[in-house]
Design a protein around this ligand. Structure first.
Ligand code: UN1
Length: 512
């Protein structure tokens, strides 16, 4: 594999963070002919060119992960847990280094970048405990002298495709669990977040070396969309866990299904919140603003649709607008900034197009939407988060635009607004702000929110890792991180043991 020393404008803190994580900077750069540059959304400057893995590199990496699987599968799960424990310690030690890289590549504020790395540490903790709790079941057999049981076995190679917006946490949810479950992992990070991927992978390599685990159990692919397609199509990859757009899911799903592989899809969200007449409006205000404007609207869980009861709509909307006016937008590394840049120009164009469509469909922009800091950073895309009052849930409101646009609508009847809330194609996260317990319970019930995540008096974003994360409908149906999500990374084996000395057949069937 060709490599050349890196060139380009790595800032001192990024360089120091990479080195502290044990990254061999000489091996990061690629052949100048084929390397791809990583640009910072903060300034638009190119950070560094990295190597670009081609078809043969991808095949070889999958081959190494497949070859490492039997030895890892046969390693006792609690011993596998020790590797993840060490990785978690290294993530803790390098928390600020990793956060520096996430800020540089994604443009998150340091607080949010640190929070993202904390999710990695948390899932490592959870996975270590899980390594002693890969519980199967025993069921009573209908036949005398028979034992019926279900045992969970490792699955094989897991392909992880992660998105730019949570470049390391969502990967870690998958990887920490996959590793304790006895799987090996091939990771394709987003194009723009290669440096944080390289750093995280270097820390895992260190943990692997120190704990004596097989070297091939983790493979990092620095590749493009073509490379991703190759990973998805490869029959050696038992599970493809992919995070990204619905469009991406529509490409991945059928290819994996065609070869009868498994998928775990975490796709778009178009998350809604209802603010009921009894809501604590101070709390609702903070919950709404963080969920809608935080991370510059670039979370899968970002709040995009707000349904406010008409009795409190004016009051709450005014306060949300005032809060938006005072949000500091800019370079996230600057003190006090709460809203960083959009990831790239395409994202800005999508934001502009959605705002235009909303206005055509009868919406009124109450605040925000315009580009800021364009003179200072002509190649970076900052926008003031927008609040748009909509007469109803029009076509554009049914779409997820990965930018900070909050559509506000009013309602009068809870059943009707729940139906409206559920009327979009996506089903990730949802919330109700109310102090009426009956209303809260109705929202949480089977007849309430149809999403994978339903919250009361909390915004739609910022979930803890202990609960399963994912959603329904076009969100893809996958569940990651806590609860029973580990089962996606294993295969259940149903086992019947006959110690009766007879051969009674099930269902009372008689034969020879
Ligand atoms: C994502 O945007 O893909 O609940 C993940 C949250 C975070 C994870 C978001 N814990 O907002």
């Amino acid at each position: 594999r060709s490599s050349a020393p890196i060139s380009g404008s790595l800032s001192a803190d990024v360089r120091a963070a990479l080195e502290a994580c044990g990254v061999d900077l000489g091996a990061v750069g690629g052949d100048p002919e084929t390397s791809t540059a990583v640009a910072s959304p903060i300034t638009g400057e190119q950070l560094v060119g990295t190597r670009l893995d081609r078809a043969e590199d991808i095949d070889a990496a999958i081959g190494r992960a497949a070859a490492a699987f039997p030895a890892w599968r046969d390693t006792p799960a609690p011993v596998r847990g020790q590797l993840v424990k060490r990785w978690g310690e290294l993530l803790t030690e390098h928390k600020t280094h990793l956060a520096t890289l996430v800020t540089a590549e994604v443009g998150k504020t340091p607080s949010e970048a640190l929070g993202e790395v904390q999710e990695m540490i948390d899932i490592a903790d959870l996975a270590v405990g899980q390594s002693r709790q890969l519980y199967g079941k025993t069921m009573p057999s209908e036949r005398p002298g028979h034992r019926l049981q279900e045992v969970w076995h490792p699955l094989g190679v897991v392909g992880v495709i992660s998105a730019f917006n949570f470049p390391v946490a969502v990967y870690a949810w998958n990887t920490a669990l996959a590793l304790v479950c006895g799987d090996t992992v091939v990771w394709k990070p987003a194009d723009v977040t290669r440096l944080s991927a390289i750093a995280v992978d270097a820390l895992l390599a260190r943990a692997v070396a120190e704990s004596g685990a097989p070297e091939g159990i983790h493979q990092l692919l620095l590749t493009d969309a073509e490379g991703s397609k190759r990973l998805v199509a490869d029959r050696r990859v038992a599970l493809v866990s992919a995070t990204g757009s619905v469009r991406m899911g529509r490409e991945v799903g059928p290819v994996v299904a065609e070869r009868f592989g498994r998928t775990l899809l975490e796709l778009g969200g178009n998350n809604g919140a209802i603010v009921a007449p009894s809501a604590d409006l101070d709390l609702a205000l903070r919950g709404v603003v963080f969920a809608a404007a935080g991370t510059a609207g670039q979370r899968c869980t970002t709040l995009r649709r707000l349904f406010v009861h008409s009795s409190v709509a004016d009051q709450l909307t005014k306060r949300v607008v005032a809060a938006y006016e005072s949000l500091a937008v800019g370079d996230p590394r600057e003190e006090g900034v709460l809203v960083g840049p959009l990831v790239n120009q395409r994202s800005f164009e999508a934001q502009q197009a959605a705002l235009a469509a909303a206005q055509e469909q009868g919406g009124t922009v109450l605040v925000g939407g315009d580009r800021e800091l364009a003179e200072e950073h002509p190649d970076a895309y900052y926008v003031r988060p927008a609040v748009v009052s909509m007469p109803s849930q029009t076509a554009i409101v049914h779409e997820e635009t990965f930018a900070p646009i909050l559509y506000v609508m009013t309602y009068d009847d809870l059943d009707e607004v729940v139906a409206e809330h559920n009327a979009v194609p996506q089903g990730l996260s949802s919330a109700i702000f109310t102090t009426d317990q009956g209303e809260a319970e109705r929202f949480l019930s089977a007849a309430g929110s149809d999403c994978g995540i339903a919250n009361v008096n909390i915004g739609t974003s910022g979930a803890e890792i202990g609960g399963a994360f994912g959603g329904e409908k076009e969100t893809g149906g996958g569940r990651e991180s806590g609860s029973d999500a580990w089962k996606a990374y294993m295969r259940p084996s149903t086992q019947t043991v006959n110690y009766s000395g007879q051969l009674p057949l099930a269902q009372g069937v008689t034969f020879i």
